[in-house]
Ligand binder design. Structure first.
Ligand SMILES: *Cc1c(COP(=O)(O)O)cnc(C)c1O
Length: 413
């Protein structure tokens, strides 16, 4: 233990119990390789901003139009985040940095564009979409008239099916994007399908936002009417959401976020977003995102080399979806074995999966977090060896030393 771990801090002094839990999380992350595709490690600068005193401040409203006094600093921070967001996503005409999460961003955007009870069309969760795209257990499935499209047997979006679904149901909003979709999306084709039916196109880039900001994956900004995202996945910021909107949709979106869906914004998180966007505007960020993408492609190739099947045969982004149906293990089994070895991964349905969601026949892997730690091709190959070994049924304990060695050689930021 270093001095920094034991030195008295206000938290350790006042609440050793809570402090011990948080210290345990530092330790857990340090000795675990995170391959959960939706997670990343943000910088110490982002964490410092999120821990700042502005967490105390109420700032209902928007910059220069607040319901509380004393918001000059909150205004400055929110404007900084907004301006950086629009610089980062070239072509964005307005940015709302207030959504507390990706789900809140989607809910607010869908109410704005479809209206209560309005019809929406999104990708089914089991095909790789997200709960907040109209799943029946999500409010988006309860408050809207939701219809869904899937993927073809190879795991790719079938634009003809999307077009048929839209022509048949005449939605107010068509949603493009998902949580375990590994291929580029033809946003121009989606826009044509939506606009032909006088529907809005909402692109949810929660996962690939960072890759898109860096220009290593094609972006829907400038094509979709509204773009929603999270800031904590590949974008590597603090936990939160953001919405980019075309100018003519901006007013609707903004009043749907506040006062529609939320009260006071989390200004400390917005400060973290501003810092993360500043980092993403630096030239190194592009190199990082290119490595994330190259590492995912390499991971897919290495796993194929071990005889495993990858949905769609590879990836265009940071996600690799392993299809375990040709093996004798389930997603849940491999997830559990991986955890025992020190890898955090998650089970995930594959297209056409017959197993229930708590079991599944797939494994979703992502390279954003390990690439932040500095992983390159060699380390990715070693991880692929471990995963293949776990699928084959080798004792997870056997892999602990390799994982531990990699964690020590590539520390957290
Ligand atoms: C992660 C994700 C979200 C939701 O983000 P939360 O911040 O967890 O609410 C929304 N849409 C997609 C496609 C996602 O992957």
């Amino acid at each position: 233990m270093t001095n920094a771990d034991t030195a008295p801090s206000p938290l350790r002094q006042r609440d050793p119990e809570a402090a011990a839990w948080l210290q345990r999380e530092d330790k857990r992350q340090a000795v675990t390789l995170t391959l959960i595709a939706s997670e990343n490690h943000c910088s110490a600068a982002v964490r410092e901003a999120c821990a700042s005193r502005i967490t105390d401040k109420y700032a209902e409203g928007y910059p220069n139009r607040r319901y509380y006094g004393g918001c000059e600093v909150a205004d400055g921070i929110e404007e900084l985040a907004r301006q950086r967001a629009m610089q980062l996503f070239t072509g964005a005409e307005d940015a709302n940095v207030q959504p507390h999460s990706g789900t809140t961003a989607n809910l607010a955007a869908l109410v704005a564009l479809a209206g209560p009870g309005g019809r929406i069309v999104g990708m089914a969760l089991k095909a790789g979409g997200h709960l907040s795209h109209g799943h029946d257990k999500s409010h988006t499935g309860m408050l809207f008239d939701a219809r869904q499209y899937g993927v073809d047997p190879s795991g790719r979006i079938d634009l003809d099916e999307v077009r048929r679904t839209v022509r048949e149901h005449h939605p107010k909003v068509l949603i493009a994007g998902g949580s375990s979709y590994t291929r580029n999306i033809d946003y121009a084709a989606f826009a044509a399908i939506a606009h032909e039916a006088s529907a809005f196109l909402m692109a949810d880039i929660a996962h690939p936002a960072g890759l898109m900001a860096a220009g290593v994956v094609p972006s829907p900004v400038g094509i979709a009417d509204v773009v929603t995202m999270t800031t904590h996945k590949t974008l590597r910021g603090p936990r939160g959401g953001m919405i980019l909107a075309r100018k003519d949709c901006a007013k609707l979106i903004n009043s749907s976020v506040f006062p529609g869906a939320q009260g006071g914004p989390l200004v400390h998180q917005i400060a973290g977003k501003a810092v993360a966007f500043g980092e993403a505007l630096r030239p190194e960020f592009r190199g990082y995102q290119q490595r994330v993408k190259d590492n995912a492609a390499h991971l897919a190739q290495c796993l194929i080399g071990h005889g495993l099947e990858i949905v769609t045969g590879g990836t265009d982004n940071h996600i690799v979806l392993v299809d375990l149906r040709a093996t004798d293990v389930t997603g849940a089994t491999v997830e559990e074995r991986a955890l025992a070895a020190g890898l955090s991964v998650n089970k995930n349905a594959v297209p056409g999966d017959q197993r229930p969601p708590m079991v599944t026949s797939g494994l979703r892997l992502g390279t954003a977090a390990v690439t932040t730690r500095g992983f390159g091709r060699d380390e990715i190959a070693r991880i692929a060896d471990v995963i293949a070994g776990l699928v084959r049924g080798n004792d997870p304990e056997r892999f602990r030393p390799v994982v531990r060695e990699l964690c020590e050689a590539f520390p957290l930021p």
